[in-house]
Structure formats: C-alpha cells, structure tokens
Ligand binder design. Structure first.
Ligand SMILES: [Mn+2]
Length: 466
C-alpha cells in the first residue's frame, strides 16, 4: 500500500471509533500532532482525551490507560511496538501515527508512517494533518499547526525551508486557507517577531558571520553603519518583521558581502519562512519557529496541555502560562549556558564534554549545550551529561553540533546509537542533535567510545577534525 492509502485507512479507522485516547510526545511536534488529531476527532463528535509522555518507555507505559478506548500513538509508537505488545494492547485498538524508524514486532499494529514511504522530511504533525484532511477536507485550518510541528522538528533546517510533500501539500493548504504566509527568500534567522534586530543577528550562527554572530555589540554597530533605524520613537527596539522592505534588502546584501569577504558560502543566508498573519504582531505566535519554541517550553516544563490549548485558540490563561514558562525557560537556559562556559568542557580529539549532574533538568541540557557550542570550538561536537531525576542510576546524554560539521560527514544520531547500543540505551535524534540514556556506571567508557566513533566519521570524510 502507498502512503496515501495508509492515510486513508487511518482516517477510516478513526471515524469508526467510539472513544479515542491520543498518546503523544511532549515536544513541539508531539503537541502539534495531538492538537491536530484531537480537533479533527472532536469535530466528528467522537469523545477524545489525550495523554502526553516524555518518551514511550517501560517507566511511562502505565500512563497509557488500559480501558477499551481506541488508542492513537502520535509522534511515538513506531519504535516501541514491543512495549505496546507487552502492555497487552490488541491490534484492533491501536493506530500509530509516526515518522520514526519502526521496530519489528510480532504484533502487526496499524501504522501510518511517512518514513518508509520516502518522506524523510515530514514530521508526525505532517502525517497527523494528512489524516485530519482525509477525515474532512474542511480541516484545512489545521495545516498551520502542521507547519509549526514540522518546523519544530527541524524539518526546515537543513534545507532552509520545508520540502517535499510537506511543502507542496501542507504549506500550500495553509497558504490557501490564508493563515500561513510564506516568505520565499527571508533572512535565515531566529526571533524575527520578538527580538531586537541586532540580537536576532548576533544570536544566529547559521551561517556564522564574523564580527556579527555571537557579538551583539558588533551586530548593533553593523546596523548603525548601514544607517538602519533600529529603535522606534519611544526607544523600543524594532524587530525584523517591522523593518521596511528596503532596510531588509540593505541588511541582507551587506551580510552576503560580509560572508564573501571571509570566503564563506552564502547559501544559508536566506531561507523560506512561515508566518501567521492571524496572530498578534511581536508575539512568539507570529512565526513557526518561535511558536515551536513556545510549545517546546510548555512540554519541557511539564505543561504540554498548555501548548495544546494555545494551538486550539486559547489566548487567555493558557497563553499567559506559556509566556511565563517561556521566560523561565530562557532564564534557566542562560544560567546553564553560563555554567558550561564558567566550568569549562573537557576536550578530546573529536568531542568536548561536560557533566552537569542534577543542576539542570534533563529536558533542557541539550539546548544549553547547543548554545554553548557557538561560544566554544564549534568544529568539535559537544556532549553533555546529566542525572535523570527519576532514576539516579541513569544518565541522559545529549549531543549537538553545527550544520557545517554535519556537512563534513558527522552523524550524531548514528554515533550516539552505536555507542549506546551495548547498554540497550538506544539513541534517537538527528545528525545535528541526538540523545540517549545510559547507565551511570558507563559514563566514562561511553564518552571514549563516542570520541572514537566521531574520529572515524571525521576520518571517513577525509577532513580530519578541523
Ligand atoms: Mn517528531
């Protein structure tokens, strides 16, 4: 069966259910998947409730209710089918909507998964949206949420914009419904709705621009030299979205010149970006990247339902809660960043690493490591370890690198899963960012192993680690 047949079959199964439980993941893609499915299902007047889990594992599987409801696993499940089996879930009561690699299982659970059909640049929210659209073509309004989920799952990152079926079908649906505005050649930069322009430029390191990336004062001066008006009459800093078109053009050409002057490629300077004209200006809801960050903050601070409520339109108490979580999220990440830089990393041939113990929640250490990397030697991937709060014998490992290093042949997902295979840890993620759980006793050996694997990856690409 083709992917579209799977989507159609999934929709038919859902429409025939009496009551449904959605089990979804706490990240932006998982929250978006849940929001799409629960809205599409409620519109059919089928009773539906949702459960969010950090991960589907033996520790969390008891959160899946053992009632007679039909279970939809979203953004998870494909790789944990044996767990569903062990939980005693019968085939007829389960549908998996996922984009992760499938695990073989003696029970054949119904699944709609874009990955085996060659849609590698589609997230679970994308699959969920296609199912919602098959349930009712009027669900076009939900394409916006699917765009947020896909961007949140980094589907736009490598290619500077969404591609494939997500671009051709989902983004187009959103544009047609007029709640998604596509900017084909915008600055490839985060924070265009909420950050002062100079900070947007300074916090961006893809592409890394000498004198501007990681250098707020340098960025401010650069804009001043171009004669760009950076502040409103009342002294408030303008954001990128507010700049006149000609100022944007001036900045982009000057950045391109800057890159060329340093012999750097300019191919990552521009990206296709996704904006939401139905949201308030200068809020994180105004574009897909910042909206996804807000959802991630909700998930990481154990309030995925708040993110889901916002996606469903709550602009009252849920939005206030989320704003609070977002500022808290940023403050703690900043603190973690300073901790890493103050403490310093240990440096091996092909990796640099640090252990932060129980100081920071395991849900944010990876983000902090990614930010620290841009202030360290970014040619070497960073590995960060922390103690898992629920189980002090367990260590969470997160790794981050840059697009540049990925282009040199580094694949962190592969490195981390190869290195942790022996402990049954199993790693997940992407080439640029990956994570795994390992036994505390294996920490030292694990770091050495990762270092060796990365060294091989650098070697295979024939580039060494510089
Ligand atoms: Mn996902």
């Amino acid at each position: 069966m083709g992917f579209n047949d799977d989507v159609k079959a999934a929709a038919e199964t859902i429409a025939a259910a009496e009551t449904i439980t959605i089990i979804s993941h706490i990240d932006a893609d998982g929250i978006a998947s849940e929001a799409i499915l629960s809205q599409a299902i409620s519109r059919l007047e089928i009773t539906c409730r949702s459960v969010f889990v950090r991960q589907l594992e033996p520790l969390t599987i008891p959160q899946v209710p053992s009632d007679s409801s039909f279970k939809i696993f979203a953004d998870l499940g494909a790789g944990q089918q044996n767990l569903l089996h062990d939980r005693g879930l019968p085939e007829k009561d389960v549908l998996i909507i996922d984009h992760h690699v499938s695990q073989p299982c003696e029970r054949e659970y119904r699944q709609v998964n874009c990955l085996p059909h060659g849609h590698a640049k589609m997230s679970a929210a994308g699959v969920a949206y296609l199912v919602a659209k098959a349930l009712d073509p009027a669900n076009l309004d939900l394409a916006k949420t699917a765009v947020i989920g896909n961007v949140g799952d980094m589907m736009a990152r490598e290619t500077c914009g969404l591609t494939g079926m997500v671009r051709d079908v989902i983004v187009e649906d959103g544009a047609r419904h007029r709640n998604v505005e596509v900017r084909r050649r915008d600055l490839n930069c985060y924070g265009t709705a909420t950050r002062p322009v100079y900070l947007s430029l300074a916090y961006n390191d893809d592409p890394f621009i000498k004198g501007i990336s990681n250098n707020p004062e340098g960025a401010k001066q650069f804009l001043r030299n171009l004669g760009i008006r950076q502040q409103a009459g009342d002294g408030r800093w303008l954001v990128w979205d507010e700049l006149p078109q000609e100022d944007k053009k001036t900045i982009i050409s000057a950045l391109a010149e800057q890159l060329m002057a340093h012999g750097e490629p300019t191919d990552r300077l521009l990206a296709e970006t996704y904006h939401f004209p139905d949201e308030l200006v200068r809020t994180p809801l105004r574009n897909a990247q910042e909206y996804a960050t807000l959802l991630n903050a909700c998930g990481r601070w154990a309030k995925p339902q708040v993110g889901s409520a916002i996606l469903k339109g709550d602009r009252g108490s849920a939005y206030r809660d989320a704003e609070h979580m977002l500022s808290n999220h940023r403050a703690i990440i900043r603190d973690l960043l300073n901790y890493i830089l103050d403490t310093g990393v240990k440096v091996l041939d092909s990796v640099q690493y640090i252990h932060v113990g129980t100081r920071y929640p395991d849900t944010i250490v990876g983000i902090g490591a990614g930010m620290a990397l841009s202030k360290l030697d970014s040619t070497k991937p960073i590995l960060i370890m922390c103690t898992v709060p629920e189980d002090e014998n367990l260590t969470k490992v997160s790794m981050r690198t840059t697009e540049r290093v990925v282009r040199r042949g580094i694949d962190l997902q592969k490195a981390i899963s190869d290195a942790s295979a022996e402990y049954g840890g199993g790693g997940g993620g992407h080439k640029i960012a990956a994570g795994a759980y390992i036994p505390k006793t294996a920490e030292e050996e694990f770091v050495i192993r990762v270092n060796r694997i990365l060294k091989e990856q650098f070697g295979a690409a024939g580039t060494g680690n510089r």
